[in-house]
Each structure stands twice: as structure tokens, then as C-alpha cells.
Design a protein around this ligand. Structure first.
Ligand code: ZN
Length: 233
């Protein structure tokens, strides 16, 4: 096999690999889209969860306060029962009224807070249900993408093994030259001449070089775009 033929065979294998890699990369937006949709709901849940936790803390604090103030009221009641003079009785009664008013205010705050908390918990549960539904809905799509991914990766492994075998047939110096160009993210490295010009960039090739290439065995570098050129005959 000539150098040109062996290099064309290598490029053929690389194009197949490139095609598989492109297909693999094309799956990524699908996965990202699924992830983003799921994440949006998860973020809402995180926010709602921390709101509920903060409100629960307030609720516990308020309950402690109410218990404390109720305790105060019962102490005031005991004092009131023990007073000897009218003046002491008036003072104790006033103190107790004040404590009762405070407790009444706190209880109404607690009631409002408890209602709000119920609504927030319901919203959190709704979001959790939405997440479960989203995950169930996505399961099929994710399995599909994973299946495609595994299939392409399998094909890719085969293609890479084939490429390695083909590379054996290309002289080392030529292969290195080819690989250097390909590593600059070029897909087509070895291109046929198009009439009298480079098949990639259409730059005209001097008569002398064209003549050398016309034997069909010489590979030349295009000075303009950096590809390797050959005469297709
Ligand atoms: Zn060129």
C-alpha cells in the first residue's frame, strides 16, 4: 500500500472516530437540559425547606415564651391569693392582667405563625411531589440517553482499536506529521488537489510542485492552510 493509501485509510478511521465523538457530544445538551429542569425544582425545595426550618424555630421560641409567661401568671395568682392588703391586691391584679395580655398577644402570634407554617409545609410537599414526578418522567429519557451513550462508546472503542491497527501501516514520520496537523483540530488533514489548487483552501499550487505530485506518490504540505495534499489521479 502506498503512503497516500495508508494515510487515507488512517484518515478514514479518524473521520469515523470524529463522527462518533460528535454524536457523543450531541447528547450532552440533552443531559444538561434534564439536569437543569430537575435542579430548578430541587432549588425551590431547598429554599422552602430553609423557610420552614426558620419558621419552626420561631414557633418553638414562641411556645417557650408562652409557657414561661403562663408560669408567671400562675405565680401571680398565688401571690394574689396570699396578699393581705388592698394595695397589694391591686398591684398583683394589675401585674396579672398585664401578663395575661402579653400571653394573649403571643398566642395570637403563634396561631398566625402556625397557619403560615402549614401553608409553607404544604408548598414544600407540593414541590417534593413535583420533584418525584419530574424524576419519574425523566427516567425514560435518561435511560434512553444512557443507552445511546453506551452504544456510541462501544462503537468508539472498536473504532479506536481499528485506528490503532491502521496507524501501524503508516510510516512513523508521516504519521507524526499527520497527527500534528490533526491535533490542531483539523478534521480533514489529507486532501486531494482540486484541479491546480489545494482542495481545502483553494490556493493555487505552483506548476513545479504540481508536477512532482502528479506522479501520485508524493504528499505535499499546503503553505497556505497547513493541510497535506495529494494528487488523486
Ligand atoms: Zn490549503
Amino acid at each position: 500500500m502506498s503512503d497516500i493509501q495508508s494515510l487515507l485509510a488512517l484518515q478514514h478511521d479518524d473521520l469515523a472516530i470524529h463522527e462518533l465523538e460528535s454524536r457523543l457530544a450531541a447528547l450532552e445538551p440533552r443531559i444538561r437540559e434534564l439536569d437543569a429542569k430537575r435542579q430548578r425544582i430541587a432549588d425551590v425545595i431547598a429554599r422552602q425547606g430553609s423557610t420552614v426550618a426558620a419558621e419552626e424555630k420561631k414557633q418553638a421560641f414562641l411556645r417557650d415564651k408562652i409557657a414561661e409567661h403562663r408560669e408567671l401568671i400562675s405565680r401571680n395568682q398565688a401571690q394574689l391569693d396570699a396578699v393581705k392588703t388592698m394595695r397589694q391586691a391591686t398591684a398583683a391584679a394589675a401585674q396579672m392582667e398585664q401578663a395575661k395580655a402579653i400571653v394573649a398577644g403571643e398566642e395570637s402570634d403563634l396561631l398566625a405563625l402556625t397557619r403560615k407554617l402549614e401553608e409553607q409545609r404544604a408548598a414544600l410537599r407540593a414541590s417534593e411531589a413535583e420533584l418525584t414526578a419530574c424524576e419519574a418522567e425523566q427516567a425514560t429519557a435518561r435511560a434512553e440517553v444512557a443507552g445511546e451513550q453506551a452504544a456510541i462508546e462501544g462503537e468508539l472503542a472498536t473504532a479506536q482499536a481499528k485506528r490503532a491497527a491502521t496507524a501501524e501501516g503508516v510510516p512513523a514520520a508521516l504519521r507524526q506529521r499527520y497527527d500534528r496537523i490533526r491535533n490542531k483540530r483539523r478534521v480533514h488533514v489529507l486532501v486531494p488537489l482540486n484541479a491546480m489548487a489545494c482542495g481545502a483552501c483553494d490556493t493555487a499550487i505552483p506548476m513545479q510542485r504540481r508536477h512532482v505530485m502528479s506522479t501520485g506518490t508524493v504528499i505535499e504540505l499546503c503553505e497556505a492552510c497547513g493541510v497535506l495534499m495529494y494528487h488523486a489521479g
